[in-house]
Design a protein around this ligand. Sequence first.
Ligand SMILES: NC(=O)C1=CN([C@@H]2O[C@H](COP(=O)(O)OP(=O)(O)OC[C@H]3O[C@@H](n4cnc5c(N)ncnc54)[C@H](O)[C@@H]3O)[C@@H](O)[C@H]2O)C=CC1
Ligand SMILES: O=C(O)CCC(=O)C(=O)O
Length: 386
Amino acid sequence: MKKIRCLNPISNQGLDLLEKDLYQIVETDDADAILLRSFKMHDFEISDSVKSIGRAGAGVNNIPIDKCSEKGVVVFNTPGANANGVKELVIASLLLSSRDIVGGINWVKGLEGDSEVAAKVEKGKSQFVGPEILGKKMGVIGLGAIGALVANTAVGLGMEVLGYDPFISVEAAWSLSRAVKRSINLDEIFAECDYISIHVPVIAETKGMINKDAFAKMKDNVRIINLSRGELVNDDDLEEAIKSGKVAKYVTDFPNEKVVSMENVISIPHLGASTPESEDNCAIMAVIQTKDYLLNGNITNSVNYPACNMGVCQTAARVAINHKNVPNMVGQITTLLANNNINIVDMINKSKQQWAYTLIDVENEVAENIVKELENIEGIVKVRVI
Ligand SMILES: NC(=O)C1=CN([C@@H]2O[C@H](COP(=O)(O)OP(=O)(O)OC[C@H]3O[C@@H](n4cnc5c(N)ncnc54)[C@H](O)[C@@H]3O)[C@@H](O)[C@H]2O)C=CC1
Ligand SMILES: O=C(O)CCC(=O)C(=O)O
């Protein structure tokens, strides 16, 4: 029986795929696999029993990836599974940033009980005027699952769209409308766009990328939409840019203590992926990937270990080894098995940056002492016999 621990509520559409005779949902720290959404794992004790962490979503900045890799814990995410949910909220944010719908709604609320609501609405509405988006320039930074959908939808709404992504995948590039103009640097986006939407992960290279220097290059009255992560924007510089009139509106899905009280900021409580469809899609994908890893050792959509698939084991046993990507690992592993009279039927070795993974189907049972010997090879961080 494999134990699964959920650190956030995970949609039943996914959890129902866990067969009752094979899996048990637990709240204890002896789980084989963890499923989560935005739970912050950086201070969480990851026990040695844990083999995988499934992020039902895209961003993995809430998970200590390096620590997981060192422990041989495979971290999955669910690319694209919530992209449409986020795209729809980005389009709503685009309109909210342009027309003062939020200000207008709040103002009308204040008229409750007034005997002349209809007349006052007509008289007072001019304070909430805002421009149309048709024909305006939209910059999309990051053209992955979400950014590509946003760019295409903005084209459909009659905007002129500039996209920037130096690492764009072939799949995303194929999915882009031909009308999306490719920017080869961010400066062009900053200088030309009336609206800028950010769709990159928060990593060392992107943290604080929207800062004083970036604002200085932008057009006056620019509207910025950030449904990616709060850390991409420097809050102090944002405050200055709003005060000076450079930024007309900032819409964020990641409010914090500072941003929440700023003028001209629209704060959304991290609702990008909060749709039944996105929650179901993410949960289903995370559960399928987790099951395939626990039962077969196959890896799909991991952010720290390579993709690897040998189907279902048809031999006496399958050995799954998570290790460092250094020379002579395969040599040491196969020599050790040969010295113990274990015949290899099939094997695969894949690497992803500093980490690698070896799956070996063997003809004989693999005894506990052989597992121990494998674990003692320098650079091997986890050994499982499936
Ligand atoms: N508000 C919400 O509920 C949600 C927020 N997100 C956030 O949106 C981000 C993007 O999600 P997806 O599009 O699904 O991810 P993705 O991985 O499909 O796309 C990210 C894109 O960013 C690009 N990129 C990386 N570094 C870049 C840089 N320095 N400059 C320009 N482009 C760069 C990559 O090449 C990739 O194409 C996630 O990392 C997450 O932080 C994702 C889902 C839900
Ligand atoms: O699960 C959620 O609601 C968060 C979604 C998100 O931020 C992501 O997928 O990166």
